[in-house]
Ligand binder design. Structure first.
Ligand SMILES: *[C@@H]1O[C@H](CO)[C@@H](O)[C@H](O)[C@H]1NC(C)=O
Length: 184
């Protein structure tokens, strides 16, 4: 009796150990898999090249999760918007054209909330998993940049055209990634 129960339990132990070996997940995390995920995510955004170049050029980036990627994009938007805001302030100082000055001042008022509130709040929301709010922030940022851009429509000069264009694309990419997080 004793011997057979010892036999049974050693069998069970054997099966247990075997299944441990068989079902231990293998962690093969090489760079290619990361690349694949960046690719997969960026293909679902409207500007694949822009998305991919930003995510790949960020060495500290956790490229293995979409949330980390959304944060990288949002931080990139913040850097870009901050730079554009100081550019606008420079242009305001330099110009003697009253109409241009008014247009630029309007744009400064669009970019200030983007830099100070909207994008930092979006970053917080993404970190905390509040993707619905982050998505709303993206819409808000889009509205501000569009408003600035419209201010120059029909005008013979558009000193912020390229910068607004890049901002719109960056925000579109971030919004698409946030939407994936929201629906995932
Ligand atoms: C803004 O974004 C564009 C496109 O990614 C990039 O070329 C440029 O260097 C960025 N500027 C800043 C200040 O981040």
């Amino acid at each position: 009796m004793r011997r057979s129960s010892l036999y049974v339990s050693s069998c069970l132990l054997y099966v247990f150990l075997l299944s441990c070996i068989l079902f231990t997940p293998t962690h093969s995390s090489d760079g290619d898999e990361d690349g694949d995920l960046v690719d997969q995510i960026c293909r679902k955004t409207p500007f694949y090249d822009l998305c991919s170049s930003i995510l790949h050029s960020n060495p500290s980036a956790p490229k293995s999760d979409p949330k980390g990627m959304a944060l990288i994009m949002v931080n990139d938007i913040l850097a870009n918007a901050t730079d554009t805001l100081s550019y606008i302030e420079e242009l305001i100082k330099e110009t003697s054209d009253e109409k241009l000055e008014q247009q630029l001042a309007f744009c400064a008022e669009s970019y200030i909330p983007v830099v100070k509130y909207i994008i930092p709040q979006a970053a917080d929301a993404i970190s905390q998993g509040r993707f619905g709010f982050a998505s709303y922030c993206m819409l808000d940022a889009q509205k501000e940049v569009n408003a600035c851009d419209k201010k120059f429509s029909g005008s013979d000069q558009a000193p912020l055209g390229d910068r607004n264009d890049i901002m719109q694309k960056l925000v579109d990419v971030a919004a698409a990634i946030v939407k994936l997080l929201l629906n995932g």
